[in-house]
Design a protein. Sequence first.
Length: 251
Amino acid sequence: MTGGALPGATGEPMRLLIYAPQPLLARLLAESLAARGYHTQVETDLTALAAADERLPAGALLLTSSDAAHIWLSAQPPALRRKCLVLGDGDLDRFADLDCRLVSPADSLERIETELRHLAPAESEPRQKLLIVDDDPDTRATIREYFQALGYDCRSAANGAEALARIREETPQVILLDLNMPELGGLDFLKMVRRLDSSFGIVVVTALHDPRVAARAVAAGAFDVIEKPINFQHLAYLVRIQISYREMRAR
């Protein structure tokens, strides 16, 4: 490819986030592609990749074929997987059902660029819906701002009763649920809503540091429980796992 980098959705050169556990390999590939006009950024830590999709509005993600990369990619939404190019000399066959592109280290840069052209943009994908249920308005706003920046369509409710009304209006993919709320608390909401609908994922986000309460929440139908202060990268990871799981069940 001699005419410059593959353009992104805005007409600018494509931005590539390159992941490899070996810094030297990632740096060499980044330099080679940058020389062809791509905007490249290197990551060598999968934890830092947990929110990578917010940095890829029109780009591509290159991964190794390691076990950790496969686990991480499997948990991502289809829109992000279709923007990924897996570069590795291991077992590439297991990536075949993940809707990503595959190349070998033996392939030339021209072959890599050919595969980059086939990566699907995510702009046409429907936005995933989240419902944030917390009686503290500052917490609701903070969570909403974080996930809106990741491209999610966020709704909010101040208690369980309000959340039930929101669900009747529009079913979310995932609910982020506080436990200690007035009117209808989180545990009572869980028991009630699971009798009505089990199609969405529920992640409890609570300031209660009590393993017995966490166990009761999971028994009532929550997928997982995380404590405040919130680790947002981990929360985003749990949300994507729930969305991917429900998409697989719907196939």
